[in-house]
Design a protein around this ligand. Structure first.
Ligand code: HEC
Ligand code: HEC
Length: 370
């Protein structure tokens, strides 16, 4: 009985001492392990920073893709790419266009894969180069107007025109951005009636969403939708957002509609090519350089059966009355029609192009006494 009492007692004592010993060991080990880990961590950091220093001094750094990942020229091959292929375009809030050829470099021009003039490999998407005075203007038009509008013969006045979808080549209604712009100018800022404001808010969000669907990667528009959803219609923040929207939206004009204008055939289909010319185009591309000048000209004539002798002058479209382009029927907002129809700027460019003397407006030149 005593024997077993003793052995239980000593067993408990043994276990107790064992536990105390282990606890002491853990207490001593924790700071040491901590110290060791800290030492290793500091060594690792030192190694990383020295490696970074040596690398940055010895290895030349590459310019980031976000800066250089942009096509240099608007060549026909670009038509085969998606804009998401170009990092510099997706990285920026307002995407940039290829820098060469075209002065406005703050937004993206969408490749037109249904334009047979450039899809064939014959013409570049921004084809004008001969006439310095107007080439940038003409190339700008080529981003939102099919070549045929200016270059194909027709007796219609005004021209019969339609928008066509750049993803399918089919005729479509005017782009949502034009309706959005018109809607923005019609907004009555004095309106305070809750249900009218709610309706206005809903309509704007829907139109911005549709516009941003037409323009993939237009992240500024997606953000705009988020901001609209976060503000109360009629509040000060809402008014500020309306101002902001009125500034942002026109930045997407000119070549960023997700659609382009073309002449329209009797059946309503856009005219995007000279008919039945694919064999001659192939022949020209294969042998064009080897042909004698007259044969070459004959073949070019056959490739362009609908061609006008000369393209239209600026003021045939940019005029307040009798414009060739039925702007309001094509869905252009009133303010934009006014800007496109006021002939002052367009007449001036036409005059410069025709080599007539360019006179500085009187209010700019200093008054002379004699
Ligand atoms: C806004 C009307 C307009 C559009 C759109 C347009 N052009 Fe032109 N194009 C002109 C005018 C005007 C000229 C004559 C320029 C001059 O020499 O004064 C011209 C000239 C040309 C020339 C002669 C060479 C040169 O460098 O000027 C070619 C080739 C040409 N256009 C092809 C095209 C192609 C291809 C497209 C479509 C991708 C196109 N054009 C779209 C108006 C237009
Ligand atoms: C076939 C008709 C047509 C001809 C010819 C034409 N334009 Fe245009 N132009 C338009 C249309 C349509 C627009 C609007 C395009 C858009 O919505 O992107 C436009 C837009 C413009 C703009 C942009 C205005 C802005 O505020 O965005 C300028 C500048 C311009 N044209 C100048 C000219 C000059 C200069 C010429 C002659 C060298 C010319 N246009 C010939 C139809 C034409």
């Amino acid at each position: 009985m005593t024997k077993s009492k003793f052995s239980i007692h000593s067993l408990v004592d043994l276990v107790w001492r064992g536990l105390r010993g282990t606890a002491r060991m853990i207490r001593v080990a924790i700071p040491r392990l901590y110290g060791l880990a800290l030492l290793l961590f500091i060594c690792w950091l030192t190694f990383l920073s020295i490696r970074y220093l040596v690398r940055s001094l010895l290895v030349p750094t590459q310019t980031p893709e976000q800066i250089v990942g942009i096509p240099r020229r608007m060549e026909p091959e670009l038509l085969a790419t998606e804009r998401a292929d170009w990092k510099a375009i997706t990285a920026a809030e307002t995407p940039r266009v290829p820098p060469a050829h075209y002065h406005r470099v703050d937004s993206w021009i969408e490749p037109d894969r249904f334009n047979d003039c450039s899809r064939s490999g014959c013409h570049g998407p921004l084809p004008h180069s001969k006439n310095k005075a107007v080439r940038a203007f003409l190339n700008m038009h080529a981003t939102s107007i099919h070549c045929g509008v200016c270059h194909m013969a027709t007796d219609d006045h005004p021209l019969k025109m339609t928008w066509y979808d750049l993803d399918t080549g089919a005729a479509q209604a005017p782009p949502a951005i034009l309706r959005l712009c018109q809607r923005l100018t019609e907004i009555n800022r004095e309106d305070t009636e809750a249900s009218a404001l709610k309706e206005q808010h809903r309509e704007l969000v829907a139109l911005i969403q549709r516009t941003s669907k037409d323009l993939p990667n237009a992240s500024a528009l997606e953000q705009l939708v988020e901001h609209f959803e976060a503000v109360r219609p009629g509040s000060k923040a809402y008014q500020r957002l309306l101002d902001e929207t009125q500034t942002i939206i026109p930045r997407y004009f000119r070549g960023e509609y997700g659609a382009k204008l073309a002449l329209k055939a009797e059946d309503g289909v856009p005219i995007l090519a000279h008919p039945d010319t694919s064999d001659d185009v192939a022949k020209f591309l294969a042998q064009g350089d080897d042909l004698a000048p007259e044969q070459r000209d004959q073949l070019l004539e056959k490739i362009h059966p609908l061609r006008r002798d000369s393209a239209y002058r600026c003021t045939e479209c940019h005029s307040a009355d009798a414009s060739l382009v039925p702007l309001s029927q094509l869905g252009y907002p009133t303010a934009r029609i006014d800007a496109l129809s006021d002939p002052i700027v367009f007449e001036m460019i036409e005059n410069i192009d025709a080599g007539r003397p360019f006179e500085m407006p009187q209010f700019i030149t200093p008054k002379s006494d004699n």
